[in-house]
Design a protein around this ligand. Structure first.
Ligand SMILES: N[C@@H](CCC(=O)N[C@@H](CS)C(=O)NCC(=O)O)C(=O)O
Length: 222
């Protein structure tokens, strides 16, 4: 089976999938989609994903038609079902509901508020307003996540002592928060979990700076 991930180095949604692939030790082909250069709007990418977004995971297997998986949550859950070891979701229904809720706080609660298309529309309506909007949305969402992980279910990671689905969402979101200049001082649990993640080789391999389409630091836009 060949896996091909359509990704952009700094896309937090692609990064989630890269972490999951790395945690599972799965080899994959990296196919860069240059979001800054507008490549997502090409006909070719539109055929892969009607939303023109990344990530897209293509799956090629002998004798089977090409499959395209969309949406980081669906992709990571598919990976977990098809490649169950190590598991990214806990064994109990209660545990899975907790982990999915933590991930959704980021996936549907924070990231859609600060994604590039939303900020562009805001900027066009009220110049200069996009950054403070994003800061407010991220700060509010992360404050809720800090409380949610403090319910007793966290260990070294968001759920227990092994990295899992919720951690795939947390780490990229904290990176994004820093890019937007959000004050993270009131989030000690999230920062402690992030520190436990970032020492792991899987999280290091998935980092934007390590991706083939990452530009040299001196040539990066903010
Ligand atoms: N809910 C989607 C979100 C995907 C998403 O927002 N992708 C962004 C990058 S993080 C994107 O492709 N944006 C296209 C653009 O900036 O034009 C997922 O989890 O996969």
């Amino acid at each position: 089976m060949t896996l091909r991930l359509y990704s952009y180095w700094r896309s937090t949604s692609s990064w989630r999938v890269r972490i999951a692939l790395a945690l599972k030790g799965l080899e994959y082909q990296y196919a860069a989609v240059d979001l800054l250069g507008g490549e997502q709007w090409s006909e070719a990418h539109g055929a892969r994903n009607p939303t023109h977004q990344v990530p897209v995971l293509e799956v090629e297997a002998d004798g089977q038609p090409l499959r395209r998986l969309l949406q980081s949550m669906a992709i990571i859950e598919w990976l977990d079902e098809v490649h169950p070891s190590p598991p990214l979701l806990p064994p109990t229904a209660d545990g899975r509901a907790r982990v999915r809720a933590l991930a959704e706080l980021v996936n549907s609660g924070i990231q859609p508020m600060q994604n590039a298309i939303v900020l562009k529309l805001l900027r066009e309506k009220v110049p200069g307003w996009d950054r403070s909007w994003a800061q407010g949305a991220i700060a509010g969402g992360l404050a809720a996540l800090e409380l949610a992980v403090g319910d007793g279910g966290a260990g070294r990671f968001c759920h227990g002592d092994a990295p899992g689905l919720a951690d795939c969402y947390l780490v990229p979101q904290l990176y994004s928060a820093r890019r937007f200049g959000v004050d993270l001082a009131g989030l000690p649990r999230l920062l402690r979990i992030e520190a436990a993640c970032t020492v792991l080789p899987a999280f290091q391999a998935a980092h934007p700076d390590r991706q083939p389409d990452a530009p040299a630091p001196a040539t990066r836009s903010t």
